[in-house]
Design a protein. Structure first.
Length: 127
């Protein structure tokens, strides 16, 4: 049968490219699990109540976290950050539902984000 050589070549290619659990790098798996959440809902239900960056704090250390409103005004700043932000300004005022922006500066270079990173954070305070 003429398809047999092609099938054999394809099978060998698959075997060469496949990997086992022994081939996986544990550090790569842990690094990929360390993600920055895209939103919080600080309604005290125990789910996503705070901006939890403890994984990054453990991995690279967070020197400063800054949160800005949509006008670019800094509303929150914390040194040595882990998970303290609960949707309130530095003055303790509750924020309204909407998109906010963060800037993170790491103590050491993070393998995924480098020395700093920025992004958006959606805060949902509606029930």
């Amino acid at each position: 049968m003429k398809l047999k050589p092609y099938f054999m070549a394809f099978s060998c290619l698959l075997l060469c490219l496949s990997c086992s659990s022994d081939d996986l790098n544990r550090d790569e798996i842990l690094q990929n699990d360390c993600r920055i959440t895209q939103g919080i809902s600080p309604n005290q239900d125990g789910l996503n109540d705070n901006f939890d960056l403890s994984c990054l704090a453990d991995r690279s250390g967070i020197s400063i976290l800054e949160i800005f409103d949509r006008n670019g005004i800094k509303i929150y700043e914390q040194n040595d950050y882990r998970d303290e932000f609960i949707g309130q300004t530095d003055d303790g005022e509750d924020l309204v539902t909407g998109t906010y922006f963060y800037a993170i500066t790491f103590e050491a270079e993070d393998p995924e984000y480098g020395t700093s990173t920025e992004g958006s954070l959606y805060i949902n305070v509606e029930q």
